[in-house]
Every structure is written in structure tokens, then in C-alpha cells.
Design a protein around this ligand. Sequence first.
Ligand SMILES: *[C@@H]1O[C@H](CO)[C@@H](O)[C@H](O)[C@H]1NC(C)=O
Ligand SMILES: *[C@@H]1O[C@H](CO)[C@@H](O)[C@H](O)[C@H]1NC(C)=O
Ligand SMILES: *[C@@H]1O[C@H](CO)[C@@H](O)[C@H](O)[C@H]1NC(C)=O
Ligand SMILES: *[C@@H]1O[C@H](CO)[C@@H](O)[C@H](O)[C@H]1NC(C)=O
Ligand SMILES: *[C@@H]1O[C@H](CO)[C@@H](O)[C@H](O)[C@H]1NC(C)=O
Ligand SMILES: *[C@@H]1O[C@H](CO)[C@@H](O)[C@H](O)[C@H]1NC(C)=O
Ligand SMILES: *[C@@H]1O[C@H](CO)[C@@H](O)[C@H](O)[C@H]1NC(C)=O
Ligand SMILES: *[C@@H]1O[C@H](CO)[C@@H](O)[C@H](O)[C@H]1NC(C)=O
Ligand SMILES: *[C@@H]1O[C@H](CO)[C@@H](O)[C@H](O)[C@H]1NC(C)=O
Ligand SMILES: *[C@@H]1O[C@H](CO)[C@@H](O)[C@H](O)[C@H]1NC(C)=O
Ligand SMILES: *[C@@H]1O[C@H](CO)[C@@H](O)[C@H](O)[C@H]1NC(C)=O
Length: 731
Amino acid sequence: MASPLRLLFLLTLTYALTFTHTLAAESNDLKTYIVYMGEVPKGGLFSASSVHTNMLQQVIGSSRASKSLLRSYTRSFNGFAARLTEDEKNQIAQMEGVVSVFQNEMKQLHTTRSWDFLGFPQDVKRSPLESDVIVAMLDTGAWPESDSFKDNGFGPPPAKWKGSCDSANFTCNNKLIGAKFYNTEGAENEEQSARDTEGHGTHTASTVAGRAVNNASLLGLANGTARGGVPSARISVYKICFPGGCASVDILAAFDDAIADGVDIISLSVGGSFAFDYFEDPIAIGAFHSMKNGILTSNSAGNSGPSPRSIVNLSPWSLSVAASSIDRKFLTPIVLGNNMTYQGPTINTFDGANYTIVSGASVPNTKKGFTSDDSRYCELDSLDPIAVKNKIVVCEDISGPDNAILANTSGVVIEGDLGYEDLAFAWPLPTTYLNSTDGNSVLKYLNSTTTPTASIMKSIEPVDKAAPTVVSFSSRGPNPITPDVLKPDLTAPGVDILAAWSLDTTVTGSEGDTRVVPYNIVSGTSMSCPHASGAAAYVKSFHPNWSPAAIKSALMTTATPMSPTKNTDAEFAYGSGQINPLKAADPGLVYDAGESDFVSFLCGQGYNATNLKIVTGDSSACTKANNATVWDLNYPSFALSAKQSGSLVRTFNRTVTNVGAAESTYQAKVVAPTGLVVKVEPSSLAFKTVGEKQSFVVTVTATIGSKALSGSLVWNDGVHDVTSPIVAFHS
Ligand SMILES: *[C@@H]1O[C@H](CO)[C@@H](O)[C@H](O)[C@H]1NC(C)=O
Ligand SMILES: *[C@@H]1O[C@H](CO)[C@@H](O)[C@H](O)[C@H]1NC(C)=O
Ligand SMILES: *[C@@H]1O[C@H](CO)[C@@H](O)[C@H](O)[C@H]1NC(C)=O
Ligand SMILES: *[C@@H]1O[C@H](CO)[C@@H](O)[C@H](O)[C@H]1NC(C)=O
Ligand SMILES: *[C@@H]1O[C@H](CO)[C@@H](O)[C@H](O)[C@H]1NC(C)=O
Ligand SMILES: *[C@@H]1O[C@H](CO)[C@@H](O)[C@H](O)[C@H]1NC(C)=O
Ligand SMILES: *[C@@H]1O[C@H](CO)[C@@H](O)[C@H](O)[C@H]1NC(C)=O
Ligand SMILES: *[C@@H]1O[C@H](CO)[C@@H](O)[C@H](O)[C@H]1NC(C)=O
Ligand SMILES: *[C@@H]1O[C@H](CO)[C@@H](O)[C@H](O)[C@H]1NC(C)=O
Ligand SMILES: *[C@@H]1O[C@H](CO)[C@@H](O)[C@H](O)[C@H]1NC(C)=O
Ligand SMILES: *[C@@H]1O[C@H](CO)[C@@H](O)[C@H](O)[C@H]1NC(C)=O
């Protein structure tokens, strides 16, 4: 049986970053509200912040108004954040120009073999425009002195850059060109700086666009060249995450600034723990504004898998990225005194010294009232510190090492079938993790001798022949908000990734860990998202004028299909498959879409004028003419759900744009299992010019049972395979 601590630990370690600490206590029922007012008014001089102050003064009087106003959004959209009572909030909600008022919430933060594994070597063809691409990282900031962010050889930022380096204790350069921090809620004991004290933001930024650094490793593990997808691109960091989490008010502020600063791609490895409807989700709203301004937002899909419908960040105008493995894994051997060796998945940087080994169950801290039923899991304070000092302890729980180190143990064997076999965590002391079969053999050995000893060795790095597989923690579809938009969109490496780290923390951040490192190995959809962001930036460097939807389509239709046998959730785990950045730069055809398409989609979803405006921020309205079904959204994948088993027919209208050779002819190729009949009309598309659009209709007849049906449509011109999954399922 697991202790309740277990879930907490998994989340911390997979960088869902479950910051448990809550906000400074809310005083006098004042809460932080975001007053959202849509687009910035056009024409004439507009002083949004004085408008905001006036609005507040009308409701709460001038003395409190200036103190209450926390932040004005004035650059890319209009609105403000303020501390208000519920009554004041309700009054403001009635005022002219107010689109919606929502309460601030906390989101959580959700290498370098990985690019090589994707068939994207260091000497890949590069666009001369790569150094004009600016990627915005909305995260925990960055460690500006990291070798990954050195600017030797970089010219000044491109002329379009309007951002700034607006942070104490932080020097920007021609690589790391911008820095801002948002700490509206005033997280305590935090430096007022964009400097990363956590590691997460440094890791993600260097994965997107870190320059190549040789001889990078975690104390010798994963030794090699660490690099980002676009080493010549520029990085601007927007620090939105603090130990209390990542506040909606700050997320929106960062979108407001990043869009106005002139960035090309926004990378955001942050999310709530469940999906929100689009008009209640600050990330979906920020991403809509970025899409309107030609900027793709790349999002992590969440770390709440493998439960179905656990995916978050699923707006159709942004990219949702799952996490999968690469062909390197980490195993830590333990050698017992009888010379038997076992090994299991952890990241252990310590060299194996020989210690006496005991089971947690045999050493309860009886003085403090603990029994063997507590100490077998190595619960906090449950181990007798005298009995475990300088010994290795067997713990039947994943939280064991963090508790055992406080009792001065020298190592831990985590034992049991606990469900974290497909990734490796690092711990503050020598640790390996054995399944119950091997764990039992160790326990038997303990019983067989009066002098049991063991050594936990430094991790080895065998090849993972099964890769890529989607890791268990990666959040799964189906899409809980719009089932007929397939999510996640694709997958990218997110398991045991080496990338740059902050020197203000340690390998694990756990108490007792003293290892300060410039590169670290961590896992999460937080790590896969920046791989996709880097790939998107790579595509953008060749095609600066492509829309966010076109870039997303290029990434999806060229993704490498994955195995439904190894990944039993199939498309609900990996979407279109694993990113292939090289192919994405030359997709042949794209499924393009712009703001009006997404408005029509929302209209078809039954949005009324009020909640439509919350998402779009403008006066778009729903009419008969722009009322599109979900199946007609020009999306690069096809999904149809049914409430009941039985036969169902759906028609999908799609339009592709030729971005390959001017004269080209594509033939439709359909792969469909029994139960799925797919007709494509016309089944051949002839193009004469680049940029030409051609439409077609896909009719799917599905006999829906309990198991999802997966097929695909591939447009092929002899050079390109433009591939879209087709999924029919019982919702
Ligand atoms: C700047 O950051 C470093 C690293 O976190 C810290 O040690 C130092 O005290 C900071 N300096 C100032 C002036 O805040
Ligand atoms: C590589 O890094 C290690 C540890 O960081 C260092 O000891 C070693 O000298 C470096 N080797 C080279 C060739 O730079
Ligand atoms: C990493 O590999 C390089 C080149 O093979 C080697 O020179 C270096 O010593 C290694 N570094 C560590 C820390 O193992
Ligand atoms: C550990 O020490 C014990 C006794 O001190 C010895 O019998 C055993 O062989 C040692 N194991 C290893 C792996 O060195
Ligand atoms: C374990 O192996 C070592 C070295 O090979 C050997 O000296 C020792 O006797 C072995 N111990 C046992 C219990 O087999
Ligand atoms: C662990 O060791 C440290 C340093 O020797 C000591 O201060 C601490 O009290 C020990 N912890 C326990 C639980 O005995
Ligand atoms: C336990 O792990 C060992 C070594 O990895 C493996 O051979 C064995 O099949 C596993 N047992 C179970 C029940 O998973
Ligand atoms: C080891 O001995 C303990 C205490 O006698 C017993 O509870 C446990 O089941 C034994 N474990 C194994 C694997 O034999
Ligand atoms: C619009 O829809 C929302 C939620 O779907 C609902 O709360 C609101 O009352 C609706 N507004 C109007 C004017 O119908
Ligand atoms: C759009 O279509 C939906 C479903 O067919 C319908 O319920 C809704 O009333 C339509 N809205 C408008 C504005 O025509
Ligand atoms: C979809 O295509 C069909 C057949 O060409 C056409 O009748 C229908 O109007 C189209 N629907 C939309 C929303 O474009």
C-alpha cells in the first residue's frame, strides 16, 4: 500500500511542479481578479492604465484604487488585475467595456541525445534567417550565465525586437535578448528578478534554443553535446512561475508583453491540473491573441497520464505536446554481498560504496511511536536514525529516499511495482528502484545472512530499443472539451532529458542534496514542449510568413507515425506521432487556418456573443454564415466521437495549400481498419502554383464499438507524405 505522499512526489519529480505552498493569506476577503476588456482600442491616444484606475476609483474610491490595481494589460490586449471583494468584482463586471472578470488561479509548471534521436543532427541544413527568430519562454526565468546562452558570434537582435531586459541581477546579451518577471502576487522570499532559482526555465529555454555546448553532462551521465533545436535563435524569458505556482494574472501579462515584443514562437510548459473551457482558460485566451498576431503557442499536454481525458492546454489554435522516450535509458545496479546484481530505473550520480543493508520494516523508530507498517515505506521520521545511519535501507515507497536521507541513511532501494518504470528519477542519495520480483530477492538475501551488505553503483546508460514510446505520466486524450478535435497533437522527447540548469538549486532541490550542476536530467511534458517549440522555430526560420496553423500543420503531417501496439492509447497518447523537424520544414501541403476559422469553430460549438468575446477579445459575432461544425475546422487530423455504439457517417471539409513544388499532383491514400470506411473526394489534387488552395471532402463511415478505430489519410506526390490520423471512438 502506498502512503498518501506518493502522488505528491511523482508530481514534483515529473515537473508538474506541485508547489504545495499556497498564496499569502487572502486578507479581508480580497481576491485577485482579472478584468478582461478585449482588444486594445485602435486609433487615437489611449491611456489604458488611467482608464483602469478610473474604473477602480468609481467602485472602491481613490484611496484604495492605486493600491488595489496590480497590473494593467495595455500592449496586446486590454484589461487589468486588481484586489477586490466579491461585491466590487460584481460591480466592475457590469461596467462598460468589461468583457469578463475571472479569479486569478495558480497553474503548475508541467537532452542531449534527443535531437539526434529525432534524426536532426547538429549539422542539419540551417536557414540564414534562424538568427532572426525569437522564442518567448514563459517559465521560471533563466540562468543568464549558462554556457548554453553565451552570445559569442551573435549580432544584435533583429530590428523587429521591441522587448527589453527588465530585471535586476540579470544581464542579457545577443543570445538571451529579453528578460522580464511578473510576481503580481508577491511570492515571498523570492528575488525580484527573472533569474531562474528553480532550474525548469533554464532547462526548457536551452532545449529550444541553447547553443551547442560540448562535454555537457550530469556529473558524467548523458555526457555529450547539449544543444537546442535552433542554436542561432534568440531567447526572451518571461518569468511567470514562482514557488507558489504560475498565476493566471502573470501568464496573461507575459502573453501581453511577448506579443508586443515581436516574438515568433511562444513556449509554455505550464498548465492546470484539468482542462478548462476555452473562455475560462487564460492560456487558451493568451494563445488566441498570439495566434491573431501570427505567433504559434506551443504547450505541454500535462503530466496527469495515463488516465483518459487528462489532457490540458487543448485549444485548437495552439499546439499540444505529449512526452515520449528516446533511445537512452538510465539504470542503477545494486551489487549484494552474495554478488547478485539487480538493476532498476533511477539516475544515480554517486559512486557505489559498500554498506550494510537493512529493510525499512526492520528498523521502525519506536521511540516516536512508529511501527514497521510505517517504516517499511520509510515514511517521514519513521526510521530509527541510529539503526539506519551509514546503511542502505529498503523502502516500499517512492517517497522513501527523501525521507530516509533525513535519517542519515547512505542509500535507498525503492522496492515494489509502483508504476514509475518508464522513466528515471534522480534522488539526493544513492538510490535504485527494483520491481517486486527483484525487491523480494533482496529481502530474501537480508533474511539469509547476519551481515548483509550492498553497493549501489553509478547509473549505466543502456539503449532503449522500445523508443519512442509515450511515457505513462504524459496526459492522454480524448479531448475533454471538444472530443472531435484530436488531442494531443503530437509527441516529442520528454523522458530523462539533459539540458542546462540553474546554479541556485541542486540536482533534485531536495533537502540534503548538495550537488550544484550546470546541466541536469529531468522528465516531463515540460521537456517535450520545448522540443516542439524548437522544431516550430526551425520551420519558421525557413518560412517566416507562415501562419501559426501552417507551422502546426507542417509539424503534425510530417510527424513519424508511432506504434499502437507499444502505445495502447494510440493517437490519444501520441496524436499524429513523433515530431520530425527536418521534414516539417518541407511538408508539401499545409492545412491552414486563421482567426475567422477559429471563430466559426467556436460559433459552431454554441458559443454565445459573451463567451466568444472573452476568447477573441474583439467584436467577432456568430451568424448563420460563420457557423461551422467541428468537422469543418481545417485541422490537420480527423476525429469523430459517438455517444453510442453503432454506425455513424461524418463528412469533413478540408482545404490544403500547396507549399511544395509549383506543379505537383497529390494522390490520396487511405489506411483504415475493419469498421472504418473512408472516402476522399476528389482523390487527386493537381496544383499549378505555390500558394494554390484545393478543397476536398472526407466521408468517414465508422462502426463504433468499445475500442477506438485508427486510420489515416496520406496525400502523396511522390516526394511528400502529408499524413493525418483519422480516429473514431465511443466518447
Ligand atoms: C544575484 O543572484 C545570485 C544568484 O542567485 C545571488 O547569489 C546574488 O545574491 C544576487 N545578487 C543580488 C544583488 O541580488
Ligand atoms: C569535461 O567536463 C569535465 C567535468 O565537467 C571536466 O573535468 C573535463 O576536463 C572536461 N573535458 C574536456 C575535454 O573539456
Ligand atoms: C565526456 O566525453 C568527452 C569526450 O568523449 C570526454 O573528453 C570527457 O572527459 C567526458 N566527460 C565526463 C564528465 O565524463
Ligand atoms: C562489502 O563488504 C563485505 C564485508 O565487509 C564484503 O564481504 C563484500 O564483498 C563487499 N561487497 C562489495 C561489492 O565490495
Ligand atoms: C564475490 O566476488 C568477489 C570478486 O569476484 C569474490 O572475491 C567473492 O568471494 C565473491 N563473494 C561471494 C559471496 O561469492
Ligand atoms: C543526521 O546527521 C546530522 C549531522 O551529523 C545531525 O545533525 C542530525 O541530527 C542527524 N539526523 C538524525 C535524524 O539523526
Ligand atoms: C523485474 O525486473 C527484472 C529486471 O529488470 C525483470 O527481468 C523482471 O521480468 C521484472 N519482473 C516483473 C514482474 O516485472
Ligand atoms: C524476512 O524476514 C521477515 C521477518 O522474519 C519476514 O517478515 C519476511 O517475510 C521475510 N522476507 C522474505 C522475503 O523472506
Ligand atoms: C453565454 O454562455 C454562458 C456559458 O456557456 C452562460 O453562462 C451565459 O449566461 C450565456 N450568456 C447569454 C447572454 O446567453
Ligand atoms: C449554429 O449551429 C448550431 C448547431 O447546428 C445551432 O445550434 C446554432 O443555433 C447556430 N448558431 C447560429 C448563430 O446560427
Ligand atoms: C462541405 O463540402 C460540401 C461538399 O462540397 C458542401 O456542400 C458544404 O457546403 C461544405 N461545407 C462547408 C462548411 O464548407
